[in-house]
Write a protein that binds this ligand. Sequence first.
Ligand code: ZN
Length: 145
Amino acid sequence: MDPNEIFEYVTEGMKWLLIGGGTYITTLVGLNGIPRLFSEKIHSQEDLDRIIAEETEKLGMTITVISKFHEDWEARATKLDNGTYEVHLGGFSARRSSVRHELYHIHKEHHEHPWRNSNGLIRTLNYLLREEPQAIAYEVFRLKL
Ligand SMILES: [Zn+2]
Protein backbone atom coordinates (compact mmCIF):
# COMPACT_ATOMS: atom_id res chain seq x y z
CA MET A 1 0.00 0.00 0.00
CA ASP A 2 1.54 3.32 -0.98
CA PRO A 3 1.51 6.30 1.40
CA ASN A 4 -1.14 8.13 -0.64
CA GLU A 5 -3.50 5.22 -0.27
CA ILE A 6 -2.96 5.16 3.51
CA PHE A 7 -3.62 8.87 3.64
CA GLU A 8 -6.91 8.34 1.81
CA TYR A 9 -7.97 5.69 4.30
CA VAL A 10 -7.13 7.95 7.22
CA THR A 11 -9.02 10.86 5.67
CA GLU A 12 -12.01 8.60 5.04
CA GLY A 13 -11.87 7.35 8.63
CA MET A 14 -11.72 10.87 10.04
CA LYS A 15 -14.65 11.89 7.88
CA TRP A 16 -16.78 9.08 9.30
CA LEU A 17 -15.63 9.86 12.80
CA LEU A 18 -16.78 13.44 12.36
CA ILE A 19 -20.11 12.38 10.87
CA GLY A 20 -20.57 9.97 13.78
CA GLY A 21 -19.71 12.66 16.32
CA GLY A 22 -22.07 15.14 14.70
CA THR A 23 -24.90 12.60 14.67
CA TYR A 24 -24.24 11.72 18.29
CA ILE A 25 -24.43 15.34 19.44
CA THR A 26 -27.56 16.02 17.35
CA THR A 27 -29.21 12.94 18.87
CA LEU A 28 -28.31 14.04 22.39
CA VAL A 29 -29.72 17.51 21.83
CA GLY A 30 -32.86 16.12 20.14
CA LEU A 31 -33.41 13.56 22.86
CA ASN A 32 -33.91 16.18 25.53
CA GLY A 33 -35.28 18.94 23.29
CA ILE A 34 -38.45 17.09 22.31
CA PRO A 35 -39.60 15.98 25.80
CA ARG A 36 -38.89 19.54 26.95
CA LEU A 37 -41.74 20.70 24.71
CA PHE A 38 -44.17 18.56 26.72
CA SER A 39 -42.69 19.12 30.14
CA GLU A 40 -44.38 21.45 32.67
CA LYS A 41 -43.56 25.06 31.79
CA ILE A 42 -42.09 27.32 34.46
CA HIS A 43 -43.58 30.83 34.34
CA SER A 44 -42.09 32.54 37.37
CA GLN A 45 -39.52 32.45 40.16
CA GLU A 46 -42.23 30.96 42.42
CA ASP A 47 -42.85 28.11 39.94
CA LEU A 48 -39.13 27.44 39.76
CA ASP A 49 -38.68 27.45 43.55
CA ARG A 50 -41.56 24.98 43.96
CA ILE A 51 -40.30 22.62 41.23
CA ILE A 52 -36.72 22.75 42.54
CA ALA A 53 -38.03 21.79 46.00
CA GLU A 54 -40.08 18.90 44.57
CA GLU A 55 -37.31 17.57 42.36
CA THR A 56 -34.52 17.84 44.96
CA GLU A 57 -36.76 15.83 47.30
CA LYS A 58 -37.30 13.13 44.65
CA LEU A 59 -33.52 12.80 44.37
CA GLY A 60 -33.11 12.85 48.14
CA MET A 61 -30.72 15.80 47.88
CA THR A 62 -29.70 17.70 51.00
CA ILE A 63 -27.54 20.29 49.21
CA THR A 64 -28.74 23.90 49.11
CA VAL A 65 -29.79 24.84 45.59
CA ILE A 66 -30.63 28.45 44.82
CA SER A 67 -32.74 28.96 41.73
CA LYS A 68 -32.79 31.95 39.40
CA PHE A 69 -35.59 32.38 36.90
CA HIS A 70 -34.77 34.30 33.71
CA GLU A 71 -37.03 35.70 30.99
CA ASP A 72 -34.44 34.92 28.28
CA TRP A 73 -33.02 31.49 27.47
CA GLU A 74 -30.78 30.14 30.19
CA ALA A 75 -29.93 26.59 31.27
CA ARG A 76 -27.04 25.99 33.62
CA ALA A 77 -26.00 25.00 37.10
CA THR A 78 -22.99 26.49 38.82
CA LYS A 79 -21.22 25.84 42.10
CA LEU A 80 -20.42 28.89 44.19
CA ASP A 81 -17.25 29.29 46.27
CA ASN A 82 -19.25 28.79 49.49
CA GLY A 83 -20.34 25.32 48.32
CA THR A 84 -23.93 26.13 47.41
CA TYR A 85 -25.32 25.66 43.93
CA GLU A 86 -27.29 27.90 41.62
CA VAL A 87 -29.60 26.70 38.88
CA HIS A 88 -30.38 29.27 36.19
CA LEU A 89 -33.27 28.55 33.85
CA GLY A 90 -35.24 30.68 31.44
CA GLY A 91 -36.91 30.88 28.04
CA PHE A 92 -37.36 27.55 26.25
CA SER A 93 -35.47 25.77 29.03
CA ALA A 94 -37.80 26.92 31.80
CA ARG A 95 -39.30 23.42 32.14
CA ARG A 96 -39.53 20.78 34.81
CA SER A 97 -37.41 18.44 32.69
CA SER A 98 -34.58 21.01 32.62
CA VAL A 99 -34.74 21.26 36.41
CA ARG A 100 -34.29 17.46 36.55
CA HIS A 101 -31.37 17.73 34.11
CA GLU A 102 -29.48 20.42 36.03
CA LEU A 103 -30.19 18.85 39.42
CA TYR A 104 -28.85 15.52 38.21
CA HIS A 105 -25.54 17.16 37.26
CA ILE A 106 -25.35 18.46 40.85
CA HIS A 107 -26.55 15.19 42.39
CA LYS A 108 -23.89 13.18 40.50
CA GLU A 109 -21.23 15.70 41.57
CA HIS A 110 -20.30 16.57 38.02
CA HIS A 111 -19.02 19.91 39.30
CA GLU A 112 -16.54 18.21 41.64
CA HIS A 113 -14.64 15.85 39.38
CA PRO A 114 -10.86 16.09 39.16
CA TRP A 115 -11.13 15.99 35.35
CA ARG A 116 -12.37 19.59 35.56
CA ASN A 117 -8.71 20.55 35.89
CA SER A 118 -7.58 18.41 32.95
CA ASN A 119 -7.08 19.51 29.37
CA GLY A 120 -9.86 20.58 27.04
CA LEU A 121 -10.14 17.33 25.10
CA ILE A 122 -10.54 15.09 28.17
CA ARG A 123 -12.95 17.59 29.65
CA THR A 124 -15.03 17.67 26.48
CA LEU A 125 -15.07 13.88 26.10
CA ASN A 126 -16.05 13.41 29.72
CA TYR A 127 -18.85 15.89 29.35
CA LEU A 128 -20.17 14.48 26.07
CA LEU A 129 -19.74 10.77 26.76
CA ARG A 130 -20.48 10.55 30.47
CA GLU A 131 -22.02 13.56 32.18
CA GLU A 132 -24.42 14.81 29.53
CA PRO A 133 -25.87 11.35 28.71
CA GLN A 134 -26.37 10.72 32.46
CA ALA A 135 -28.20 14.01 32.94
CA ILE A 136 -30.33 13.45 29.82
CA ALA A 137 -31.22 9.88 30.82
CA TYR A 138 -32.51 11.19 34.13
CA GLU A 139 -34.21 14.18 32.56
CA VAL A 140 -36.07 12.12 29.97
CA PHE A 141 -36.51 8.66 31.54
CA ARG A 142 -35.75 9.27 35.24
CA LEU A 143 -33.00 6.68 34.84
CA LYS A 144 -30.23 7.02 37.42
CA LEU A 145 -27.08 5.99 35.57
ZN1 ZN B 1 -26.23 19.05 30.93
